[in-house]
Structure formats: structure tokens, C-alpha cells
Design a protein around this ligand. Structure first.
Ligand SMILES: [Zn+2]
Length: 252
């Protein structure tokens, strides 16, 4: 079972760089908490308006190639969540991805392969600076927590992806941005790491929801024969990138 959580990052490190980030994230947390109130009370002037960004050319071309080659079975756009900040999409490209060096060679190889698959359709760049990367993929053993109601252990979770909303300083203004963190369990079979990474990177680049179709990588559960990135996955991503968001825009 692959699940994801939206939760707010807590800066724990004591390095100056992380302290600076903690301050920004602290602003972000206050900001987001306020968001729920401001939207209800009409004080939303300080937030960026929800607007559409240009769609990455690479994604447009990938979808155009599909229309030529395949009879379209549609998409699962209706399953994608729109958050209070809007759709969780990127507007500065390439989107940078840092892969945890502590994951071990086998884990890193599979995770990298998943990112490379996405690079055929979406502008991603692998970097070695997790502090500033847009997407961080971390090797982690995820603890099984008993269900508070039943006391039973849930099914093993291979991965979780969560996002933080933060305010970052641009040269001219402050911007509302986000970052994604994928916690991906090590110690799984190579094929499982690859298919889980493919799915979680899909969440991190904007597919914040699950397909009802087991032939899509964004199906909610792992299947015995892991699918490749499907035309429905790409069409859905393309539609998501045509939607408005508050992310990536200047705060007035
Ligand atoms: Zn998922």
C-alpha cells in the first residue's frame, strides 16, 4: 500500500542554514494556518491570487506525441486534489530532485531509474543538494503504527510523500512555494523500489491523487505487474498543469 501524508516540516537541525530555513518554514506554517481563516473571512489580499502557469513544453510535446500514437482512454483528473494553495504544481523548471546518498547503491540505482523515466516527459534535474532541492527522496524505514481504533497493524507502507508550503525571498518579492519530501523504504526488492519511486515521483510533480485503474502508475495500490507511466498518467498530469494555483506567485 502506498500512502501519502501532507504534514508540515519541523526544522530540527542547528546549522545556520537550517535555522534560516526554519524561520522561513515558521513563516510558512503561520501563513498556511492563517490561510484557512483568511479564505473564510475575506482577508486574502496578501496571498497570491490563484493563476495558471505556462505548461512545461516537454510535457505538452509528450502528450501531443501520445495523441498521434494512441487512442486516448482519457484521464483521471477528477481524482486529483486541489489544496487550499491550489494544485500542487511547479512553475520553475527544471524541478530539482535530490536522492539520498545514504540509501545504498541498489536503492539509489532504482530510485534514479524512476526519475530518469519521468525525465522523458517532465523537466527534472538530479542534484546533490537536498537542502535546496524541490523534491527530496529519502531512504527511510517506515514504522508500522497500530491503528488507534482497532489496535491492528496496518499493511506495510513502502513510501510516503508529503509537502511543505513555504515563503521564499525572490530578488523583487516574496513568493509562495512548496517542496516535496518522499520517504521511501529501503530493503525492498529492486522492482518494488522502482515502481514505488515512479508512483511517488508522480505525486511529487503534481499527481496528488490516485487512479482507479490498475494500469496506471498512480493506482492506489501496488499490483503484481507494475505498470509503466501510462498515457492516462501523462494526460492527467497535463490537465493538472493547466490549472490555477497560488504556488509560485509573488505575495502582495
Ligand atoms: Zn500514492
Amino acid at each position: 500500500m502506498i500512502s501519502y501524508l501532507a504534514r508540515w516540516f519541523k526544522a530540527r537541525s542547528t546549522t545556520p542554514a537550517r535555522r534560516r530555513m526554519g524561520r522561513f518554514l515558521g513563516i510558512a506554517i503561520a501563513f498556511v494556518c492563517m490561510l484557512a481563516v483568511t479564505l473564510q473571512t475575506g482577508w486574502a489580499q496578501s496571498l497570491p491570487p490563484s493563476q495558471v502557469h505556462p505548461i512545461p513544453a516537454m510535457l505538452t510535446q509528450a502528450v501531443q506525441r501520445l495523441e498521434d500514437a494512441e487512442v486516448g482512454p482519457g484521464d483521471y483528473f477528477d481524482a486529483i486534489e486541489r489544496k487550499a494553495v491550489g494544485y500542487l504544481i511547479w512553475s520553475k523548471f527544471p524541478v530539482t530532485v535530490a536522492i539520498d546518498p545514504l540509501g545504498g547503491d541498489r536503492w539509489k540505482l532504482q530510485v534514479t531509474a524512476a526519475v530518469v523515466e519521468w525525465q522523458r516527459y517532465f523537466p527534472l534535474k538530479i542534484v546533490s543538494t537536498p537542502e535546496t532541492a524541490d523534491i527530496r527522496i529519502q531512504s527511510k524505514r517506515l514504522a508500522l503504527k497500530p491503528d488507534p481504533k482497532t489496535g491492528k497493524l496496518p499493511r506495510f507502507r513502502s513510501a510516503e510523500t508529503h509537502y511543505d508550503v513555504l515563503v521564499s525571498e525572490g530578488s523583487d518579492a516574496k513568493y509562495l512555494n512548496h517542496r516535496m519530501t518522499i520517504d521511501l523504504a529501503s530493503g525492498q526488492a529492486d522492482g518494488v523500489i522502482l515502481s514505488v519511486a515512479r508512483h511517488e515521483v508522480g505525486h511529487a510533480i503534481g499527481l496528488w491523487g490516485h487512479s482507479p485503474n490498475p494500469e496506471d502508475i498512480m493506482y492506489f495500490s501496488q499490483v503484481s505487474k507494475a505498470p509503466l507511466i501510462s498515457s492516462r498518467d501523462l494526460r492527467t498530469l497535463y490537465r493538472v498543469y493547466g490549472q490555477p494555483t497560488r504556488l509560485g506567485w509573488a505575495i502582495k
